[in-house]
Write a protein that binds this ligand. Structure first.
Ligand code: SAH
Ligand code: DHB
Ligand code: MG
Length: 222
């Protein structure tokens, strides 16, 4: 079993289930050309998120971590015409690239990008009393995942779904002695999730073109 094999299986599936698309391909090439890191979800993972959002009947989606808007396009396309994605991004350059990518995909009217520290944007959304989100995707810096999860819960309602990316980190999640802030964030999140009342949660390990990692899946029960 090797990275090369995982990547080829992802490509095989992408060829079958995720037909190539000018807007998604354009988002990846424009992001690369602008020097953004190649850390978006893979095509089959983007479709996985879109399917989860549709199964949930999501109309309001919160995303923490926009990058070039690749996952944002998948999520925006999964929504009904009146649906809305609010996506949070620290880096104005990433947000600018995302804006162009979202426009090329024709979903810019459904997406609001808020630029700034996600913790500040989440507090602002809460203070504004925005309507609850029925789907959240947490995919920004890993040291703050626990706080992003707490805000996502505050901005949710019973039945909402929260997906957290990168909860395995090539197995580093097991390393109790790790001093890596990313690993510490993921471990702190797992411990918080385990003791949070009013949620039902699991986590799934994944391999593929993005390496060995995983998603946590949370349903807000009340
Ligand atoms: N969801 C995207 C990938 C996001 S990569 C996709 O799959 O296509 C993570 C992003 O989080 C980066 O763009 C990074 O700039 C952003 N980020 C990092 N720290 C942040 C913070 N404190 N607040 C908001 N965004 C942050
Ligand atoms: C990496 C991957 C991610 O999905 C992410 O959100 C951040 C970083 C990485 O491979 O480094
Ligand atoms: Mg990620």
């Amino acid at each position: 079993m090797s990275q090369d094999q995982w990547t080829r299986v992802d490509e095989y599936w992408a060829g079958l289930f995720v037909p190539s698309d000018a807007a998604l391909d354009g988002a990846q090439s424009a992001s690369h050309a602008a020097g953004l890191p190649a850390i978006s979800v893979a095509a089959n993972q983007g479709k996985f998120l879109a399917l989860l959002a549709q199964m949930q009947g999501a109309r309001r989606v919160l995303e923490v971590g926009t990058l070039g808007g690749y996952s944002t396009i998948w999520l925006a396309r999964a929504l009904p015409p009146e649906g809305r994605v609010v996506t949070l991004e620290l880096d104005p350059k990433h947000a600018q690239v995302a804006r162009q990518n979202l426009a090329r995909a024709g979903v810019e009217s459904r997406v609001e990008i808020r630029v700034g520290r996600a913790l500040d944007s989440l507090a602002a959304l809460h203070a504004e009393g925005v309507a609850p989100f029925d789907f959240a995707f947490i995919d920004a810096d890993k040291q703050s995942i626990p706080e992003y999860f707490e805000w996502a819960l505050k901005l949710a309602k019973p039945g909402s779904v929260i997906v957290v990316d990168n909860v395995v980190r090539r197995g580093a999640v097991l390393d109790e002695a790790s001093a890596d802030p990313n690993v510490l964030g993921v471990r702190r999140f797992n411990e918080l999730l385990a003791k949070t009342p009013g949620v039902s949660a699991t986590a799934i390990q994944t391999v593929g073109s993005k390496g060995y990692d995983g998603f946590a899946l949370i349903r807000v029960t009340g």
